[in-house]
Design a protein around this ligand. Structure first.
Ligand code: PLP
Length: 366
């Protein structure tokens, strides 16, 4: 046996420990804006649904209960404007899916998977677990006619940049992939969090024309419904691909717990809590954005999602250090790809009190 972990990159968050220690030494305490982990409460209706379903002695269905399957299909039709016949499947949060999807779809050594040039690190992890090769690219022409490409990941709104891909871009990717028999997987876990533009799903009729062949969209309730602790995700798209994933996941025991399935139904059939959460983030975003701009930062993209993608035109570790001296912890762009060495990612997932403290500290001269 060879250690699978040796194929994986170093766990980047360990590198942030010195900055975290420095920030924690601030007399007003640390303002941790380095991770996009929700801090506001789980909606009451969702907690109730979880509690009501807690007497669950039997095995749950990998495919999801009929109620959950209907709730996912209804949500995708409504929020993603997908009017065709979709395959749907609940997942144990979306990170496990991102990490295992290439394996589950049969990507092998010798294959190539394309991921965005600056992106969530788990796409690369998932490819490395298969032994296939990763290409970082945002340009289809740069990829060229490489027959080894089997899968392409896109992520809109993007973590970390907050960039949103418009309909035409999505359509080009889908057309390009279909011509070559490549599978397109679109990670859309920030879809409900558009600020300056309305994000579009790859499943939107304007992109697919109602034909989902070779197309999958990955979604999560972690951000839109504060359910990161529940591990609640799902996917929708090409019924044949979804069925293939279901077959393997059934054998592998990748099952969402029954109480979580019930909680997901409650979360997917109510948009009021999503709107309330959006308002909280919009207020925090504005406070952080204007404080960063006043402090001399330039904000790139960031039109949607949970982060401000900011730069001072210097090495990201220098910026991380300067912020840590003020007790603020940010994530260095270097975590997300070599092309992001001068940016930092500032998460909006902190309490109003901590966000106000960050704004106050940013007003000190840099
Ligand atoms: C782009 C992206 N995809 C997937 C995930 C995983 O989220 P979860 O596993 O909570 O659904 C995250 C988490 O931050 C993310 O930023």
């Amino acid at each position: 046996m060879s250690a699978l972990s040796s194929a994986l990159p170093d766990f980047p968050w360990d590198l942030l420990e010195p900055a975290k220690k420095l920030a924690a030494a601030h007399p007003g305490g640390i303002v941790d804006l380095s991770i996009g982990t929700p801090v506001d409460s789980v909606p009451q209706s969702v907690r109730q649904a979880l509690a009501d379903a807690s007497d669950a002695p039997g095995y749950p269905l990998t495919a999801g209960t009929p109620q959950l399957r209907a709730a996912i299909a209804g949500w995708l039709a409504r929020e993603c404007r997908a009017s065709g016949d979709l395959g749907v499947l609940p997942t144990i949060g979306s990170k496990e899916l991102v990490a295992w999807l290439p394996t589950l779809l049969g990507v092998r050594p010798g294959d190539v998977v394309v991921i965005p040039s600056v992106c969530y690190p788990t796409y690369e992890v998932g490819v490395r677990l298969t032994g296939a090769e990763v290409i970082r690219s945002d340009s289809l022409t740069a990829i060229g006619p490489d027959p080894r490409v089997k899968l392409i990941w896109i992520n809109s709104p993007s973590n970390p940049t907050g960039r949103v891909l418009p309909v035409e871009h999505l359509r080009k990717v889908v057309d390009w992939a279909r011509e070559r028999g490549v599978t397109v997987v679109s990670d859309e876990c920030y879809l409900s969090l558009g600020w300056e533009t309305t994000p579009v799903s790859v499943l939107d009729d304007r992109v697919t024309g109602g034909d989902y062949t070779g197309v999958l969209a990955v979604h999560s309730l972690s951000k839109r419904s504060n359910l990161a602790g529940y591990r609640a995700g799902f996917l929708g798209g090409d019924p044949a691909l979804v069925n293939e994933l279901l077959t393997v996941r059934k054998h592998a025991g990748m099952i969402v717990p029954a109480p979580v399935q019930a909680a997901m139904v409650a979360a997917l059939t109510d948009e009021t809590h999503v709107e309330q959460q959006r308002e909280r983030y919009a207020a925090r975003r504005e406070i952080l954005r204007s404080a960063l701009v006043k402090a001399g930062f330039e904000i790139s993209h960031s039109e949607a999602g949970l982060y401000l993608w900011a730069t001072r035109g210097e090495d990201c570790w220098t910026t991380v250090d300067r912020l840590a001296q003020r007790g603020i912890l940010a994530a260095p762009g270097a975590f997300y790809g070599p092309a992001a060495a001068q940016h930092v990612r500032i998460a909006m997932t902190a309490t109003d009190e901590r966000v106000a403290a960050a704004a106050d500290r940013l007003s000190e001269p840099f």
